[in-house]
Design a protein around this ligand. Structure first.
Ligand code: FAD
Length: 381
């Protein structure tokens, strides 16, 4: 077994890291205050080819695969969880078009999404149903060559900023998860509008809004996948999304550990730097171990995906573990900073606010533990 990344991947990591240090990290605090999407960074990411990393060259992508994609997210998250989340949510909607789209849909939508010329958003959650995704209430009713969509979507990342939306609704209310279908809905479609923008605790440089479907007329050819296949479309999309969230956890935790390490080496107490205190060394040790383990879980899940193998359990593991490592690392980083850690003069309080999302979005840790537990028990039967 060889744990080294290929030269190509190492070079890509260096490219994203340099970009993040110059174009992203210096603006993260400003994004947090502004509570808005940094369009200039999105444009620069598009010019640098970040949006196309996992997609084939045929559709304008770089064809670099899932491992390169998670490295991209990890490095971006080291500078800004918000920017990483924007790209993660974009892929969450772009990937199902690639996986389930007809050739016409792929040709129509992928070039602009893969190049980052347009942003995409993926809409499953509703005010009444998040974890219980099969309980969504939005509907689509067939009307000749159209479907008429009604309902409200909640907490949609890139809402309003995106031009292309992948939206899950019920086409048959009697069939539970099997009655869900997904549609590609373009911004500007009559009956489709953007609702409330959330004033979030963290990841404030990423926009989150409601979506309103009010007799929204969508051409029948915009159904993504087969009728009744929407739950599967969503779960396949979320598998990849969860690996990306695991990578966000690694990036976020790394940023917090680096900040805490720098501070501990320089802050003096009891006649020497904090770094000389064993209690501080132990915290840094736990951070380093957690990050390394989370990174391995994340890369392995991405590797399984690239190898064409099932990776639902591994994706869930990468996500739960990465999110929890990010939370514990950010919490301990604040402790190492002491009183200063509790102020906005230092970034660690922001990192903690950002990291909390990772335990909730794309499957709460409790729900993913159920997935991991059930799948593991099946293997043990
Ligand atoms: C910033 C942000 C961005 C988001 N972006 C998107 C997006 O782009 N697209 C999208 O579709 N959704 C998005 N979401 C929604 C997100 O996926 C949901 O918030 C998440 O799935 C949880 O659903 P919920 O909020 O309805 O919580 P609920 O389902 O009401 O659950 C609340 C809590 O109850 C517990 N719980 C729930 N079910 C169980 C269970 N079976 N066993 C044990 N405990 C349980 C968990 O602790 C959970 O956190 C986003 C959310 C946020 C906050």
């Amino acid at each position: 077994m060889d744990f080294r990344l290929s030269e190509e991947l190492e070079l890509w990591r260096k490219t994203v890291r340099e970009f993040t240090e110059k174009e992203v990290a210096p603006y993260d605090a400003e994004m947090d205050r502004a509570n808005d999407l940094p369009w200039d960074i999105v444009r620069k990411m598009s010019e640098s080819g970040f949006f196309g990393v996992p997609f084939p060259e045929e559709y304008g992508g770089a064809g670099m695969g899932s491992l390169a994609a998670v490295i991209t997210i990890e490095e971006l998250a080291r500078g800004s969880a918000s920017v990483a989340l924007t790209l993660d949510a974009h892929w969450l909607a772009t990937d199902p078009i690639f996986m389930f789209g007809t050739e016409e849909q792929k040709k129509k939508y992928l070039p602009d999404l893969v190049s980052g010329k347009k942003l995409a958003a993926f809409a499953l959650t509703e005010p009444v149903a998040g974890s219980d995704a099969a309980g969504i209430m939005s509907t689509a009713v067939r009307d000749g060559d159209y479907w008429i969509l009604n309902g409200t979507k909640a907490f949609i990342t890139n809402g309003g900023a995106a031009e292309t939306y992948v939206i899950a609704v019920k086409t048959d209310k009697t069939k539970g998860a099997r009655g869900i279908s997904t549609f590609i809905v373009e911004k500007g479609t009559p009956g489709f509008s953007i609702g409330k923008k959330e004033d979030k605790m963290g990841c404030r440089g990423s926009v989150t809004t409601e979506l309103i479907l009010d007799n929204c007329r969508v051409p029948a050819e915009n159904m993504l996948g087969k009728e009744g296949e929407g739950f599967k479309v969503a779960m396949v999309a979320l598998d990849f999304g969860r690996v990306c969230v695991g990578a966000m956890g690694v990036g976020c935790a790394t940023a917090a550990m680096e900040a805490a390490g720098r501070y501990a080496n320089q802050r003096q107490a009891f006649g020497g730097p904090l770094a000389k205190l064993q209690a501080v060394q132990f915290k840094i040790a736990d951070m380093a171990m957690g990050i390394e383990a989370a990174r391995l879980l994340t890369y392995r899940a991405a590797w399984l995906r690239d190898a064409g193998q099932r990776y639902t359990t591994e994706a869930a593991m990468a996500k739960v573990f990465g999110a929890e490592v990010a939370m514990s690392t950010c919490k301990d980083a604040i402790q190492i900073f002491g009183g200063y850690g509790y102020t906005r003069d230092y970034p660690v309080e922001r990192y903690l606010r950002d990291a909390k999302l990772l335990e909730i979005g794309e499957g709460a840790s409790e729900v993913l533990r159920m997935v991991i537990g059930m799948n593991t028990l099946k293997e043990l039967a």
